[in-house]
Design a protein around this ligand. Structure first.
Ligand SMILES: *Cc1c(COP(=O)(O)O)cnc(C)c1O
Length: 437
């Protein structure tokens, strides 16, 4: 143990094991001291626990593509190798090769983002939450920002639009009602202290029924008329139209800008399918103000993020996201191919005497995007009398398998199981299910 873990750690583990046994003896739980081997094996457990990473890969069989709890977007091969290259050695992160002097990290990906979005300029920060905070802090501090009551949402993980606004120093002016807000509601509240109109995507929440919101175009015209910017927190921004996959229409980033949005902010690791990042595209003079704000430095993206993001954006430029970006491969995967995979799993499992059924179900895009819309899928249902217990056993596999439970059935969705994990997944599944009822 000393040769593997070093002396201080081994000593600590031995002491912890001894303490544990002493307590058990004092409390009467143990009648006599354990054998030496037991103390050693308990110490080994402590050591193993101390050095094993708390962050490790899992298999996502939930069918939720951008699963916030499971790390959101898996990266493309190209993004992975770009990230590795950037991590391994030095790069021109802040070095201008042509001039031979200090450059700016803010210049990376700018050309790509301009080309893809049609925006004049762009800035990349750590995540979209910081992007929103930066926009509001740099442009709206101690002034008023008008937003519809229907958009004062909590996105999850404690990100609440009104709280973020308060932290930025901007004064929230809420207009309209939860379900209906009209253009005149905004117009009535514009005064000389208005800094901006803000639109926030309601993320994983939807108001249905008797509802009304002015369009982005209408708000853009209103903002232009009063010479104030229109800011759009799009959350899960996308360069690709989702409607070909029978998902509900959402404007793309380019459409948002075309409609007259001055600044649009979105995440790098939601529908975009890249690394965690916050991207803001829009008017040059506004992006300039963001770049000069002290928060821009505090929230700056690191080189690994930039490398992976540039590689991801390049896929869009080359019109190959459906072939190269895992999130889009999963969205675009036809039902016939999912059915084939489900049938293959069924054959393999049945050959091992594990009884499964294939049932119709729905996959979701997740990540707070496209609430209420879903993709048709085939689910592999494992027949068991205790789905909770089986689910727990699968979670404790060497690479944990995360499925979902519905009507006392354990369901696995082939859509989100990555091809290179499939073999291990099946072997692990067989190993665990064989020991079950
Ligand atoms: C997800 C989301 C955010 C937060 O983005 P992160 O990249 O998770 O920081 C902010 N606003 C909206 C509307 C979102 O959907």
């Amino acid at each position: 143990m000393i040769s593997i873990y070093g002396r201080p750690l081994t000593l600590q583990a031995l002491r912890a094991a001894l303490d544990d046994y002493r307590e058990k003896i004092l409390s009467g739980e143990l009648a006599r001291p354990p054998a030496d081997e037991k103390i050693l094996s308990k110490s080994a457990e402590f050591l193993d626990d101390l050095v094993s990473p708390t962050l490790f890969p899992v298999i996502n069989a939930t069918g939720i593509i951008v699963h916030t709890n499971l790390g959101r977007a898996p990266l493309s091969q190209h993004a992975l190798s770009a990230l590795q290259d950037a991590a391994k050695g030095y790069s021109n992160l802040e070095f201008d090769i042509a001039a031979g002097k200090r450059g700016s990290r803010l210049n990376h990906a700018q050309k790509l983002l301009r080309q893809l979005s049609g925006a004049e300029d762009a800035i990349i920060v750590n995540n979209n939450a910081s992007a929103v905070l930066l926009m509001l802090s740099a442009l709206c501090k101690e002034r008023e920002v008008i937003i519809s009551r229907g958009q004062l949402v909590e996105i999850g993980g404690g990100f609440r639009i009104p709280d973020v606004m308060a932290q930025s120093g901007a004064h929230l002016v809420e207009v309209g009602t939860t379900n209906r807000t009209h253009l005149y509601d905004y117009e009535n509240r514009i005064n000389e202290n208005t800094a901006a109109i803000m639109v926030a995507h309601p993320s994983n929440f939807r108001v249905i029924g008797f509802t009304a919101e002015p369009s982005i175009e209408q708000l853009a015209q209103l903002a232009l008329k009063h010479n104030i910017p229109l800011l759009f927190d799009q959350g899960s921004g996308s360069f690709l139209d989702v409607t070909p996959y029978s998902l509900d229409y959402e404007p793309t980033v380019q459409e948002g800008l075309q409609a007259g949005v001055d600044l649009i902010a979105f995440s790098g690791d939601k529908l975009l399918g890249g690394p965690q990042a916050g991207i803001i595209c829009g008017k040059e003079h506004l992006i300039g103000k963001l770049k000069r704000h002290p928060f821009a430095r505090a929230m700056r993206a690191d080189k690994l993020c930039l490398a992976a993001l540039i590689a991801t954006l390049t896929h869009y430029l080359k019109e190959e996201p459906l072939q190269k970006i895992p999130v889009w491969q999963m969205i675009a995967q036809p039902l016939s191919s999912i059915t084939q995979t489900a049938e293959k799993w069924q054959r393999t499992l049945q050959a091992n005497l594990i009884h499964v059924e294939i049932i119709n179900g729905r996959s979701r895009v997740g990540g707070g995007s496209l609430p209420g819309s879903s993709l048709p899928t085939k689910l592999v249902a494992i027949m068991t009398t205790d789905a909770q217990r089986l689910s727990k056993a699968l979670r404790h596999a060497s690479v944990p398998i995360i499925g979902r439970i519905q009507d006392d059935k354990l369901l696995l969705d082939p859509r989100t199981v990555l091809p290179d994990q499939e073999e291990d997944f099946l072997n692990s599944l067989i190993g665990i299910c064989k020991n079950y009822d």
